[in-house]
Design a protein around this ligand. Structure first.
Ligand code: ZN
Ligand code: ZN
Length: 152
């Protein structure tokens, strides 16, 4: 799992604060902690995983606070909700002007991100051929990762 540089975390935090101000929402310390942990981890985290990370720093934070903060982040466009092969909803940071797709290992559940210009172009072309105005897409490839296949 990657970690986001501090200045990026701060920029995202600033966007969240601006959104909350516009909506007249109060920024609590717990909410701030949840969003900061989420931005910094920059992974594909479930609510339970988020809760565990947050509780390393503040044991008093409850499930509902994490849940509501994640919903807020989705609402303001700073997080994307993802559901891969399991029924667990995962959240990832929605980086402006960047896009990636996912390779999901069915054995160790590892999620690998990739970007491929050629695939992007082919998808755009397929949409165009059908007179379809493309808004967004999700590409998920399932299988076994190199480690699970015993390769390094
Ligand atoms: Zn694997
Ligand atoms: Zn991702």
């Amino acid at each position: 799992m990657s970690a986001l540089p501090a200045q990026d975390v701060e920029a995202l935090q600033g966007q969240l604060n601006a959104y909350m101000e516009r909506k007249g929402l109060r920024s609590t310390n717990q909410r701030r902690l949840v969003s900061e942990v989420f931005f910094r981890a920059d992974g594909h985290l479930s609510i339970d995983e988020m809760l565990a990370l947050v509780r390393e720093q503040d044991a008093k934070v409850g499930y509902a606070t994490v849940y509501r903060t994640m919903k807020l982040l989705v609402e303001c466009g700073l997080a994307n909700e993802r559901q891969f092969d399991d029924t667990v909803t995962r959240f990832e940071v929605a980086h402006a002007d960047s896009h990636h797709d996912h390779l999901i290992c069915l054995e160790c559940k590892r999620i690998i991100e990739f970007e491929d210009e050629e695939i992007e172009r082919l998808q755009a072309r397929a949409a165009e051929r059908h007179g379809f105005k493309l808004v967004s897409h999700k590409l998920e490839l399932y299988g076994q990762c190199a480690e699970c296949r015993g390769q390094k």
